[in-house]
Write a new protein. Structure first.
Length: 348
């Protein structure tokens, strides 16, 4: 069977789902779950995604997000690979964590997106991971908990404000209470197949989640079908055939973000850009900039090595390893890293 074409474009919205290999658990402990969320936060910083909703279940996860830049493939490749590597290292395992490719369903930004946000938030209820009597918001590994919190107590990497506005709820205590009450009211309707909402025109949500590629009106599906046809007919590089965009276009966001964080790091460290040519390849200052770049963009190691004059890509990873050692014993390095971290918080 041919692999599903990944359609990417600016401001595309996706419902992404992946299951554990052989339906095994993808998060065995709270430490695994916290690591999953940390990696999800990191990928939003690297890609600029706006995450409207997520739910981490026993053997699968759901994400609903917008990509301001066409970088679904780069982001998801990094995300799933990183989750797998960290999970295996933590649990002393080897091999695949996820079963095959992730599903990425294109979503129309109207009532279809609203349906999916509710659907994802009610997944723990459907799976009986949370009791209604305990409060459906009490399941901690889901974005619903952030939707009912005031802005000051939310995780900043979730696009809750935009999600509330799309759903039509005021970002006030009263508005959030109404959202929770309305969400609870959806539980007993239509066996949750439609997340309790009137089914919009087009394929059913359950079918779309399991086997579909597009969730929207007839007009939207036709529009997306034309994008798929254009992608398949592309005679450019293999990357453009697989992703729907050429390498230069899909890397634009990553390189712009990376250069921005290089400039910020140089400013904090008091280093000029010209100095990068003379500073040692594994200098701890370069390594700190590497950390920032890798956290906030999806550029490749080769790009970083070239931009920071670090030789080959193995020099980048070697510098990071040496930085870890220095952070344990060198006070000056610790002080400068705290300044870098404050910069991250300032621009978050």
């Amino acid at each position: 069977m041919p692999r599903q074409v990944r359609v990417q474009y600016e401001d595309a919205i996706y419902h992404v789902m992946a299951r554990g290999n052989r339906l095994d658990s993808i998060a065995r402990t709270d430490e695994d779950r916290e690591a999953f969320e940390t990696t999800l936060e990191e990928v939003t910083g690297r890609t600029g995604w706006r995450v409207y909703a997520y739910a981490l279940m026993g053997n699968h996860y759901h994400l609903v997000f917008k990509t301001p830049e066409p970088n679904l493939v780069d982001g998801m490749t990094w995300f799933q690979n990183t989750v797998t590597k960290r999970h295996n290292a933590r649990n002393r395992l080897r091999g695949h964590l996820f079963s095959g490719r992730y599903k990425a369903v294109l979503v129309e930004e109207n009532e279809y997106l609203s349906t999916l946000i509710h659907y994802v938030h009610l997944n723990p209820v459907r799976a009986k991971l949370v009791k209604v009597a305990d409060g459906i918001e009490s399941y901690p590994w889901c974005s619903l908990v952030d939707y009912i919190r005031p802005a000051s107590k939310r995780r900043s990497w979730l696009a809750v404000e935009q999600g509330l506005a799309h759903l039509g709820y005021a970002d006030t205590a009263a508005g959030r209470r109404k959202l929770l009450a309305d969400t609870e009211g959806l539980i007993g309707k239509s066996r949750l197949v439609r997340a309790g909402m009137n089914q919009p025109e087009g394929a059913s949500l359950q079918v779309t989640v399991e086997r579909g590629w597009c969730f929207g009106s007839v007009e939207f599906r036709e529009k997306m079908s034309r994008r798929v046809s254009d992608t398949k007919a592309d005679t450019g590089t293999p990357e453009s055939k697989a992703n729907g965009y050429g390498g230069t276009q899909s890397n634009d966001h990553a390189e712009v973000a990376a250069r921005l964080w290089i400039e910020r790091g140089l400013d904090v460290l008091g280093v000029g850009k010209a100095d990068l040519e003379t500073i040692n390849k594994t200098d701890w200052r370069k390594a700190m900039i590497v950390r920032s770049v890798r956290k906030h963009s999806s550029v490749k190691l080769d790009w970083i090595a070239n931009e920071l004059h670090m030789g080959v890509r193995s020099g980048v990873t070697r510098a990071e390893q040496m930085l870890k050692i220095k952070l344990k014993s060198k006070k000056q390095v610790q002080v400068m890293w705290r300044k870098i971290e404050k910069m991250h918080q300032f621009y978050a």
